[in-house]
Design a protein around this ligand. Structure first.
Ligand SMILES: *Cc1c(COP(=O)(O)O)cnc(C)c1O
Length: 480
């Protein structure tokens, strides 16, 4: 039975608290708060006992699927395990009880922590300066595009176009458009990499930047990247890296060393801070020296061993987030980086790549693999061949996986693969888990061939069955 809303569990007069008798004089609210701010009627809050509240939310959490419950191979999203030590340190009293409006002299430790994280990210990715402000990957992209625009404006011409490969994440063209540029699509070649001829055709002095995801969303390393960056720089354009897939490179390749001028990080992907329903993200931006003047303010500056927040950067694009970004996430990411150390971070990339290639080898003969060869941290299968078995689609495979206790891979993305299944196992999974997932995928393929109806009507044993996603998006109901 579906769980009721908590407001439906309400019974007049039930309480989750008990307070001692009032031992001070009772005051009139109107003496304390301006009349116009005092509500005229009682708020419609559920009246429930503590016991009912706890059970309600535990039941809901049990229905939910999460990385702490099972395998979550959502391609591009890097749903790796989130070590609990991150949470423990983020909850230290000294961090919890500070306020962002405190004078800098009273939060030297917090500023030092942020500066330390900036320095480590710069070292890891090969950049000269970092801003921790953006709140997510997409926000980091937008911030970067604003920096690109400011740079070109300073050169006398903001330029018109930003080039993006056709395999790109949907946030890329969105960020380009919001920053006032026109997004132009560059074709992928038969190897799933940027088509150099198409790039050449589209490169000219109106191009502000090329946005590249490396490894790209097919899980393939852009092997021509040095040549590409030379081509783009030759027309005065900038090289931007979407760093969402940095977990495949960390410790081995520094984007700043292979021609990129600016990049965003996803701390919530590469550096294990929770995301999705698990909390806010963080999308810091790294730049080369010549772009540093344009980074958002305030910047953390160190003077005589003291940290200050400085707004003294006249060419800055300004502020992109209230206060300084998602501080809590910085603590978790820094904890992870320090716990792993240099050797540990190398292992992240190694194991992410090994796990993906192992799983690919178990599935590439069973499903279709449009782009052959070794992959990096993820790979993309096609379920197109399933259509001949009673019109089974990738969506049906994804729904059936839920019946077997797995989260589904990313589906129908990247757009250049028909009926795409994008699988990213991450480095934190065991061989046993990967074997079990592959076996299940193969079993589902057999079911599709023998009993397609079973897939069309899946999932069968989840708390809710197949949802009408279009209706849910079009007719949002957020009030009871
Ligand atoms: C996740 C992702 C983004 C966007 O990051 P968010 O933190 O979700 O905004 C951008 N590009 C790629 C390739 C991604 O995987």
């Amino acid at each position: 039975m579906p769980e009721k809303l908590i407001i439906e569990l309400s019974k007049k007069g039930r309480k989750g608290y008990s307070l001692p008798k009032l031992d001070v004089e009772e005051r009139n609210l109107a003496d304390l708060i301006p009349e116009k701010l005092i509500r005229k009627s009682e708020p419609n809050l559920p009246e429930v006992t503590e016991n009912e509240v706890v059970r309600h939310f535990v039941r809901l959490s049990n229905m939910n699927y999460n990385v702490d419950k099972g395998f979550y191979p959502l391609g591009s999203c890097t749903m790796k395990y989130n070590p609990k030590i991150n949470e423990k340190l983020a909850r230290l009293e000294g961090f919890l009880n500070i306020h962002p409006l405190q004078p800098a002299s009273t939060v030297q430790g917090a500023l030092k922590l942020m500066k330390t994280l900036e320095n480590l990210l710069a070292e890891i990715a090969g950049f000269d300066a970092i801003s921790l402000q953006p709140a997510a990957g997409a926000h980091g992209e937008l911030t970067s595009m604003m920096i690109v625009r400011r740079y070109h404006e300073k050169q006398g011409n903001p330029r018109k176009y930003v080039l993006i490969p056709d395999s790109a994440h949907g946030t890329n063209p969105a960020s380009v458009t919001i920053s006032g540029y026109i997004a132009k699509q560059i074709k992928s070649n038969e190897r799933g990499r940027v088509d150099l001829d198409d790039l050449k055709k589209n490169l000219n002095e109106d191009v502000a930047a090329f946005m590249v995801t490396n490894p790209n969303t097919l899980g393939l390393f852009e092997t021509d990247i040095i040549e590409i960056s030379k081509m783009v720089h030759d027309v005065g354009g900038l090289m931007y890296m979407d760093g969402a897939n940095l977990n495949a490179l960390v410790g081995y390749i520094r984007p700043g060393d292979i021609g990129f001028d600016v990049m965003h990080f996803n701390l919530h992907k590469t550096f294990s801070t929770p995301h999705g329903g698990g909390g806010p993200g963080s999308g810091p931006v790294g730049v080369k020296k010549f772009l540093e003047p344009f980074l958002p303010v305030p910047r953390i500056v160190e003077k005589d061993g003291k940290y200050e927040l400085s707004y003294d950067f006249p060419d800055s694009i300004g502020k992109v987030h209230f206060f300084y970004g998602n501080f809590n996430v910085f603590i978790k990411a820094l904890t992870y980086i320090l716990m792993m150390g240099e050797e540990g971070l190398k292992k992240v990339a190694e194991n992410a790549v090994i796990n993906a290639n192992y799983l690919k080898s178990l599935l590439e003969e069973e499903y279709q693999l449009p782009y052959k060869g070794h992959c990096m941290h993820e790979f993309v299968l096609s379920g197109k061949f399933l259509r001949k078995y009673g019109k089974v689609r990738t969506l049906d495979v994804a729904k059936r996986l839920l019946d077997y206790g797995f989260h589904a891979p990313t589906i129908y993305f990247p757009l250049i693969v028909s009926e795409a299944l994008m699988i990213e196992p991450t480095e934190t999974e065991s061989k046993e888990t990967l074997d079990a997932f592959a076996e299940t995928m193969i079993k589902i393929k057999k079911e599709a061939m023998e009993n397609p109806e079973l897939l069309h009507s899946a999932p069968h044993n989840t708390p809710v069955r197949r949802l009408d996603e279009v209706k849910a998006a079009r007719e949002l109901k957020v009030r009871w």
